[in-house]
Design a protein around this ligand. Structure first.
Ligand code: UD1
Length: 263
């Protein structure tokens, strides 16, 4: 994590300001984007919301999410008007199925799926896999990848819940419940896109967790929500976005302007 202060400033100061403004205006309903990183290195799998949070968090981003959850616990304890849902995202991947909305690949990234796609499209020569000696199905790290469209419906379900029921503060896991290794993800991506992803396995990345996947039953029971999209759809949709926009949003804008019908 190169810029800890930037994360603290953006996430913590931003949240403080938001909560203050909300309180000043009598607005007490909030859906907070939390993260599975609040669990740290899990001591049981799949992870339920009962799992302790805040222990062994390996990066600053995760710490800010944890600190914010603590802040939310304090304000909802102090003032019963608050009605907050914290959604703990597992690993969001994919893109909008139209291919028009996605993660801008020109920005710096460290996440796996954009990296795989950059190798597939030829912008990077080889995927480096961080660690092949984990205690997992094939030695590579295991994660619960979830399609961004499922995350979106999770938010709608959370908003509906806030309208229907006053719970003060409640956290829900948003994941598929399925653990997928890096190599399994690479194979799925190659299969659905018909590309080849050369890779080399290097040493473990500092701070990485061996395996993490959700028990998302609580979201199912309480919010009536369940992830619908398969791993193959996550790959197909991300690949569509990547191939339609190889240079991200910048190229789209430039192309529109040179065609003379940009809005
Ligand atoms: C340490 C870190 O940055 N953690 C963030 C990362 O988690 P997380 O590390 O789970 O997500 P990544 O997409 O970076 O990595 C997923 C898996 O792929 C492996 N991998 C990744 C990139 C690569 O080039 N090669 C490779 O082998 C990793 O070792 C891991 O096993 O993204 C999550 C959101 O999606 C954030 O909530 C986490 O805070």
């Amino acid at each position: 994590m190169e810029y800890p202060l930037l994360y603290y400033k953006n996430n913590l100061v931003g949240m403080l300001n938001l909560l203050e403004v909300m309180e000043n205006h009598g607005c007490y309903h909030l859906v907070f984007s939390s993260s599975c990183t609040v669990y740290g290195e899990p001591n049981q799998l799949p992870i339920t919301e009962e799992h302790s949070i805040g222990g062994n968090i390996t990066n600053v981003y995760g710490k800010t999410k944890y600190f914010i959850e603590e802040m939310l616990a304090d304000i909802s304890h102090a003032n019963e008007k608050w009605n907050i849902i914290a959604l703990r995202y597992f690993n969001p991947v994919g893109a909008h199925p139209s291919g028009l909305i996605g993660e801008d690949p020109t920005k710096a990234f460290t996440n796996i799926m954009p990296f795989i796609a950059q190798v597939a499209i030829g912008h990077k020569p080889v995927l480096t896999i961080f660690g092949g000696d984990y205690n997992t199905v094939d030695g590579t790290g295991v994660r619960d990848y979830i399609h961004v469209m499922d995350l979106a419906t999770g938010h709608v379900a959370a908003l509906r819940k806030l309208r229907k029921q006053h719970q003060r503060l409640k956290a829900y896991n948003l994941g598929t419940g399925q653990g997928v290794s890096v190599l399994q993800l690479v194979k799925a991506f190659e299969k659905v896109t018909g590309t080849a992803i050369p890779y080399k396995i290097i040493e473990r990345r500092e701070g990485d967790i061996t395996a993490m996947f959700a028990n998302a039953e609580l979201a199912h029971q309480d919010l009536g929500w369940k992830a619908q999209h398969t791993l193959e759809e996550m790959c197909t949709d991300f690949w569509r976005w990547q191939t339609m926009n190889p240079h991200g949003y910048r190229a789209q804008k430039e192309i529109k302007m040179t065609n003379g019908h940009g809005h």
